[in-house]
Design a protein around this ligand. Structure first.
Ligand SMILES: [Zn+2]
Length: 393
């Protein structure tokens, strides 16, 4: 696979066009001109250097089924650059090799021998080498549940017992590849914003379910970013004053009702034997009363949380993902009922999109961090990047 030139700021005025083709291609020139709000003439002037450099290609005529001339489409070559996206968990690192659109080409999980920065970085380097299999990559992205500064420095990650670890720098030192680190929910939301279900939205919200409950918000086309994301603030949102206690002593918070550990623990106590999160969902599907009750309570709680998000942020879509997404799907009836009970009946409730809930979605998110930096260049790698800049440029 031939390497295309890096997408750096030297593309200047043409860069927003290239990014639009990356995010929305294959795309006709007419649609591209409409999206960019420019004339056909201006667009031609900006696309010419991109085509000349091989960054975007005319992939020929396409008949969309409507009467009239077939349209010619522009696209990028997605495999012209490869990226590695890694989700760091408590006892393993899950990695994926992706193309320029974050599509997963290969996936691999390796156990962590320990949690010291040295042990973790060693494992990451090994995983990156296995995934790239001799090819150079355009960058590495890492997502983890913690507070991260400037897409590079882990300020704190409780699940690893880390504070102040310059993770991006340590990985770059060992691999030579530009590395970008961020909170996993931020990374997840970035993928959805650039390539996923939110790519046509100005505003959308993400809820992730699993070990924790995560929240991501895009407004005016840009992700709301703050280091305090990593504190998991929405994860302890109060939902039910009569609910169970979470580990931090809140009654009926999101963690107590929705987190996979809490659900497994409560169901295990109720039935008198050890159940995993998935066991509880299986039991609920099979009609076990205690499991059904726990799932329904979770559904009602999730409805209150989604109603609050809709009332406060007016999203065009609500995306629910994470490894615990099956809970939301199973509790859908209670969730949507509770959601509508907590909203003005005249309010427009946005479509809810459920993701697959597999590991790949966390990896794609991590890869999106590296892709954004690769595409936007040095200036775009900063935290302020990615906000509506390419939409208005
Ligand atoms: Zn709590």
């Amino acid at each position: 696979m031939a390497a295309t030139p890096a997408w750096t700021d030297r593309l200047d005025a043409s860069l927003p066009v290239a990014i639009e083709v990356l995010r929305h291609g294959p795309i006709s020139r007419a649609e591209l001109a409409r999206r960019m709000q420019m004339s056909a003439g201006s667009l031609s002037r900006l696309t010419a250097p991109l085509i000349e450099q091989g960054l975007i290609v005319d992939i020929g005529e396409h008949n969309d089924g409507r009467v009239g001339r077939p349209t010619r489409l522009l696209d990028i070559e997605p495999t012209s650059r490869l990226f590695v996206g890694i989700k760091l968990r408590e006892d393993e690192a899950v990695g994926a090799l992706t193309d320029l659109r974050g599509r997963v080409l290969d996936q691999l999980t390796v156990p962590l021998p320990g949690r010291t920065p040295d042990e973790v970085v060693g494992t990451l380097v090994e995983l990156i080498d296995l995934l790239r299999d001799g090819f150079a990559v355009g960058g590495v992205g890492i997502g983890l549940g913690g507070r991260v500064h400037n897409r590079s420095h882990v300020m704190s990650a409780r699940f690893l017992g880390w504070s102040d670890v310059p993770l991006a720098e340590l990985v770059t030192e060992r691999t030579g590849f530009p590395t970008h680190v961020d909170n996993d929910v931020i990374a997840f939301t970035e993928y959805e914003r650039w390539f996923g279900a939110g790519r046509n939205d100005d505003r959308f919200a993400v809820i992730t379910l699993g070990i924790g409950t995560g929240f991501g918000l895009v407004a005016n086309g840009g992700l709301i970013v703050d280091e305090d994301y990593g504190l998991g603030l929405v994860g302890h949102w109060p939902l039910d004053p009569t609910g169970p206690l979470c580990e931090e002593g809140h009654r009926g918070c999101a963690a107590s009702l929705l987190n996979s550990d809490s659900i497994a623990r409560r169901a295990s106590i109720a039935v008198g034997r050890e159940l995993s999160f998935d066991d509880v969902l299986d039991a609920a599907e099979n009609g076990q009363p205690a499991a059904i009750q726990i799932v329904r309570e979770a559904g009602r709680g999730l409805g209150i949380l989604t109603a609050a998000i809709c009332n406060l942020t007016l999203p065009q879509h609500l995306i629910i993902g994470g490894e615990g997404v099956r809970l939301a799907v199973l509790a859908q009836v209670d969730m949507t009922q509770s959601l509508s009970e907590h909203r003005n009946p005249l309010a427009r409730t946005p479509p809810i999109i459920y993701t697959d809930g597999d590991n790949a979605e966390w990896c794609r998110g991590a890869a999106a961090l590296a892709i954004q930096s690769f595409v936007l260049g040095a200036t775009g790698a900063s935290r302020a990047s990615g906000t509506g800049r390419m939409r208005t440029a």
